[in-house]
Design a protein around this ligand. Structure first.
Ligand code: SF4
Length: 467
């Protein structure tokens, strides 16, 4: 299992070099006659494993030697002189994620239907993606080479799934033996080397909550500011993950967790001057509580992990409403359509959209959509699928439908169940516009309501798969 699990990383290293996928016109790369399909094998005598290596090894250098394997099979050596800060104009192949060797009892991969999109089964555990996109790793199978790379190339911050500092509990959650679950020395080495860490806890009732959670937070807080924050996100169970060791996250559990965390957060704010340990938005929404205010989140250190997204959205929406006061359009009633979202976020969105409707006469209707595809307690917007939207067709009012952009693949208009946006439009018989909330707020504040619909197009967004 372990050997198999690390194979993709090994394969990637064996291929040597990184493939160029595009060369900008009139760039230095074009001048050097580099082409898509060429591989940069070495820079200044050092092997290049991926585009991060290329970036690191070329950074700040004005005199360089490239060893290039041309797509024709020829080997070139290029001696290059470039101006300070001059870009090569090269784009490279994506990083092939290294995969984990854990058997976490809560792993989302176990909760996927068999026909889910293949990317949902990727168990990525890759320090490069952690640095680039904030993907979490557990550090359980990190190699010496990777440790050195983090330190040498300053791949900071790293996002680490700690789950519990209690070794027995961590090993149990990760489904591995204690020796491998113990990352205390690795963490210490990274922290000593000046690498910043953002930690994550997937909160599983009756396993790593209560006193275990309290100890985890305070032990991590001892390393503040190098350990900069802890995100505490709830276990999510689909109908396919029926592991008896797991207890669903209930409303009462969320309320109790918020109560316990308030005491801890108060102590941490007094001691560190920051909240440090943040609860995921989902916990507040499930509890039926209002999310904390702006100050609680500081500079939103873990917003991509669902920490403070709701607060950020509400605040952006409020400032948007203020700005729109001066831009009111006489024909706003023509904006008659439906916004679909997950059951968890729908009440928050409805409250904001009602304000917009009341003030500007728009007729936007918020419809919550049950997640039938994954089932269980999955209620977040980003995991809705094409079949879920189709089942909720009867809720559509008005002339168009808006769906969350996060339901689509980052680089393709396809949803998690494989349905394309074009197929969805066909099945629903209305124009469908995908967007994300933050972009929506920014967009309508800059463009004005009168340009709102035609310009809503899909933009690639960074998809992050969390360990
Ligand atoms: S939760 Fe993450 S680390 Fe655990 S088994 Fe799944 S992919 Fe691996």
């Amino acid at each position: 299992m372990y050997e198999f699990a690390v194979t993709p990383a090994v394969t990637n290293i064996r291929r040597r070099g990184v493939t160029i996928t595009s060369v900008a016109s009139a760039s230095l790369g074009e001048e050097l006659e580099l082409e898509p399909g060429d591989r940069v094998i070495k820079v200044n005598g050092r092997t290049v494993r991926d585009y991060l290596d290329f970036r690191f090894q070329t950074s700040g250098e004005t005199e360089l030697t490239f060893e290039v394997r041309k797509k024709s099979g020829e080997d070139w050596e290029l001696l290059i002189e470039r101006g300070e800060g001059e870009d090569f104009g090269l784009s490279f192949e994506q990083i092939v994620p290294r995969q984990c060797a854990n058997e976490c009892i809560f792993c989302f991969c176990k909760g996927n239907p068999e026909d889910a999109r293949p990317s949902l089964f990727i168990r990525d555990e890759d320090i490069r993606l952690s640095f680039l996109y904030g993907n979490y790793t557990t550090l359980t199978s990190i190699t010496e080479d990777e440790m050195q790379r983090i330190i040498e190339q300053r791949l900071s911050p790293q996002y680490v799934s700690v789950h519990a500092t209690d070794l027995e509990v961590r090993a149990y959650l990760l489904g591995i033996e204690k020796e491998r679950a113990d990352i205390s020395e690795k963490l210490a080495r990274l922290l000593d080397a000046g690498i910043d860490i953002h930690a994550q806890v997937v909160l599983c009732p009756a396993i790593n909550d209560g006193e275990i959670l309290r100890r985890t937070i305070f032990q991590l807080a001892n390393h503040y500011p190098r350990v900069s924050s802890v995100a505490i996100v709830p276990l999510g169970l689909t109908r396919y993950n029926t592991d008896e060791r797991l207890t669903p996250v209930t409303r009462d559990f969320c309320r109790q967790t918020i109560k316990e965390l308030k005491v801890i957060q108060l102590q941490l704010r007094e001691r560190l001057g920051t909240t440090f340990a943040f609860l995921g938005d989902e916990i507040y929404l499930k509890a039926g509580s209002r999310v904390p205010g702006r100050k609680h989140y500081g500079d939103y250190p873990q917003i991509e992990d669902g920490i403070g997204m709701v607060r950020s959205f509400c605040n952006q929406f409020s400032s948007l409403l203020k700005k729109l006061d001066q831009k009111a359009h006489p024909d706003t009633r023509q904006f008659n359509g439906t916004i679909m979202t997950g059951t968890l976020f729908a009440p928050v969105l409805r409250e904001q959209i009602t304000k917009l409707n009341n003030r500007f006469g728009t007729r936007l209707h918020v419809a919550e959509v049950e997640n039938d595809y994954f089932g269980g307690d999955v209620s977040v917007a980003g995991l809705l699928t094409g079949s879920d939207f189709v089942k909720a067709k009867y809720k559509i009012q008005g002339d168009f439908l808006i769906i969350p952009r996060t339901t689509l693949k980052s680089d393709e208009e396809v949803m998690l169940d494989g349905m394309s946006l074009a197929q969805l439009k066909e099945k629903l018989g209305v124009p469908v516009f995908p967007f994300d909330m933050r972009a929506f707020s920014k967009w309508i504040s800059s463009a004005g309501l009168d340009h709102m619909i035609p310009e809503m197009v899909v933009q690639p967004n960074a998809a992050t798969l969390r360990a």
